[in-house]
Design a protein around this ligand. Structure first.
Ligand code: ZN
Length: 468
C-alpha cells in the first residue's frame, strides 16, 4: 500500500476500509458504523480512560441524551459557540413538543442543573465525574471518518471546586493525566493554550493537545477547559462555606474523542497499513501457523500457543483460516497493525521454539518455547516505547523553526515562529500561509525574538499549522 504524504486522505480511507475499522456507507453524512476491529480499539481506549480517571478520583456517570431548550440556553457564550450546530428534536410522535429538545453537542447544559441539586456544601467538593457517550454536532464542513463527524464518540470529565485555585490544580492534574494517556497511545503532541478567540465557548481559557498528521496538518486530540464561574452562576451551582455563606463553584472539563483512533492510525501509518501500540491493540500477538507439512499438528500447536498467551494475560489470536496462505495472513495482520507475529512451522516445532516478528521494525528472532512468553512481554513493551520514540522524532522533523514568512508558506508541516500574541498578526499569518496559530505552547521556553509579522519583541514561539 502506497503511503504518499500528499495523498494521505486516500491512504487513510483505504486503511479504514481494509482493516475493518469503520464502514462509512451508512446513509447519514458524518455518521459511520464501527466495525468489530475498530470498535475493539475504541473500547480499549475507553477502558484506558476509565482506569486512569477512576484512579484520579473521578466517578463514572451516564446522562440522558436530550436536553430541554430552556436549560440549553442558560449560558450565553456557550450557546453562541454551539447554537448553530445542534440537532433539534421537535416532535413526540405526531405532536409538536412544548419544549424543544437538543441532542447533546457536549454535556455542560445537561449536567449542570443536576450539579446544582447535588452540590450542597464544601464537603461535597471537589466533585469529579466523567462519562463516555456519543455527542452530536451538525457539522457543515466536509466530514471525514474519525476526524470530523456528526456523531462523535466522546469522553468528557467535569469537575467542580471551592475556588479558582483548586480548579487550577485540577487543570495541572489533567495535564499529568493526559501525559499518561498519550504515552499509552504512543502519541506525540504539543500542548497549546489556545488564543482568546479560539477558546471553547464559555471557557476562561482552553488548553489543547495537538498532534501532527502525515500530511503536516495539526489534529486536536484532547482539550482541557477552565470555566471559572462562567457556568456556575447561570446554573446556580452554589455550596455552603464553612463560615455559613454561599459561594459559586469553579469548574473545569476535559474532553477527548474517537479522533484519537484517527490520530493513532495516521501518526503510526506506513506503506503496509496501520501500526497499533500494544497497550490498545485488540490483538497484541497473532499466531500464524506455517503448515508446509504435518498440517494437523502445526494448527493444533498454533491454538495451544494462543491459549498459553491468553492465559498469561496477552491478547492473542491464532489465525487458523484454512483458505488463506501464510503470506496472505502476514499481509492482512500487518495491515491491521498487530504489534507482534508468532510464526510456527514443523521445523520450529522440532527445534522447540517459535519465530517472533515485530510489526514496527520487521525484526525477526527465534525464541525457545520455555522462555517465549517472557520474551513476548518484553518485546511488547519495547515496541510500545519504540513507537512513541519514532513518532516523536517524526513530529519534530516536520516542524520548521523560522521567522521567515515565505519559508513558512512553503513548508508542508508545522512552523514554530515568534508571535507577539496579537490577533491581527495571527490573522495575517493565516492569510499569507493558510496556517493557523495554535496558541502559546505550554511547558516550553520560547527564545527572545521578533514577531514574524509586526516585528515587536516577544518571547512567545507559537506553533502554526494547517488544521483539521
Ligand atoms: Zn505581531
Amino acid at each position: 500500500m502506497d503511503f504518499p504524504k500528499e495523498r494521505f486522505s486516500e491512504w487513510f480511507d483505504e486503511v479504514l476500509e481494509k482493516a475493518g475499522i469503520l464502514d462509512k456507507r451508512y446513509p447519514i453524512k458524518g455518521m459511520n458504523v464501527w466495525l468489530p476491529y475498530g470498535w475493539g480499539i475504541m473500547r480499549n481506549i475507553d477502558n484506558l480512560f476509565r482506569e486512569v480517571f477512576t484512579r484520579h478520583g473521578h466517578k463514572e456517570v451516564y446522562f440522558p441524551l436530550l436536553i430541554p431548550e430552556d436549560q440549553f440556553r442558560k449560558e450565553a457564550e456557550h450557546i453562541k459557540g454551539f447554537g448553530g450546530e445542534v440537532y433539534w428534536v421537535t416532535h413526540g410522535g405526531m405532536e409538536e413538543l412544548d419544549v424543544k429538545l437538543v441532542l447533546r453537542p457536549t454535556s455542560e447544559t445537561a449536567m449542570y442543573p443536576m450539579f446544582a441539586l447535588w452540590i450542597r456544601s464544601h464537603a461535597d467538593l471537589p466533585f469529579r465525574i466523567f462519562q463516555i457517550v456519543d455527542v452530536f454536532r451538525y457539522e457543515t464542513k466536509m466530514t471525514r471518518p474519525l476526524l470530523r463527524v456528526r456523531q462523535i464518540h466522546f469522553f468528557e470529565a467535569h469537575t467542580a471546586h471551592e475556588d479558582y485555585e483548586d480548579a487550577e490544580r485540577q487543570i495541572e492534574e489533567d495535564i499529568e493525566i493526559w501525559k499518561e494517556i498519550a504515552r499509552k497511545l504512543a502519541l506525540p503532541y504539543v500542548l497549546n493554550r489556545r488564543p482568546e478567540w479560539d477558546k471553547f465557548a464559555g471557557a476562561e481559557y482552553s488548553i489543547a493537545a495537538d498532534t501532527i498528521m502525515p500530511n503536516g496538518r495539526a489534529l486536536q486530540v484532547a482539550t482541557m477547559h477552565e470555566y471559572g464561574k462562567n457556568f456556575s452562576v447561570p446554573y446556580e451551582i452554589k455550596y455552603l462555606k464553612e463560615d455559613g455563606t454561599h459561594e459559586h463553584v469553579c469548574q473545569t472539563t476535559f474532553g477527548m474523542s474517537e479522533r484519537l483512533v484517527g490520530a493513532i492510525i495516521g501518526v503510526h501509518g506506513d506503506e503496509r497499513g496501520m501500526k497499533l501500540p500494544p497497550e490498545i491493540a485488540p490483538i497484541q500477538v497473532v499466531v500464524v501457523p506455517i503448515p508446509s507439512k504435518k498440517k494437523e499438528e502445526v494448527m493444533r500447536e498454533a491454538k495451544v500457543i494462543e491459549e498459553e498467551l491468553s492465559a498469561a494475560g496477552i491478547r492473542a489470536h491464532a489465525d487458523l483460516r484454512d483458505k488463506y496462505t501464510p503470506g496472505y495472513k502476514f499481509y492482512d495482520w500487518e495491515l491491521r497493525g498487530v504489534p507482534l507475529r508468532v510464526e510456527i512451522g514443523p521445523r520450529d516445532m522440532e527445534k522447540g521454539g517459535v519465530v517472533l516478528v515485530r510489526r514496527d521494525t520487521g525484526e525477526k528472532e527465534f525464541v525457545e518455547r520455555d522462555v517465549y512468553i517472557e520474551r513476548i512481554r518484553a518485546l511488547l513493551s519495547e515496541i510500545q516505547e519504540a513507537m512513541l520514540r519514532s513518532a516523536e522524532e517524526e513530529m519534530r522533523s516536520k516542524i520548521l523553526v523560522t521567522d521567515d514568512i515565505a519559508a513558512l508558506r512553503e513548508h508542508a508541516g508545522w512552523g514554530k515562529v515568534h508571535w507577539c500574541g496579537r490577533q491581527e498578526c495571527a490573522e495575517r499569518i493565516k492569510e499569507e500561509t493558510e496556517k493557523q496559530v495554535l496558541g502559546t505552547p505550554i511547558g516550553e521556553m520560547g527564545t527572545k525574538g521578533r514577531c514574524i509579522i509586526c516585528g515587536e519583541e516577544t518571547e512567545i514561539q507559537a506553533y502554526v499549522a494547517k488544521t483539521y
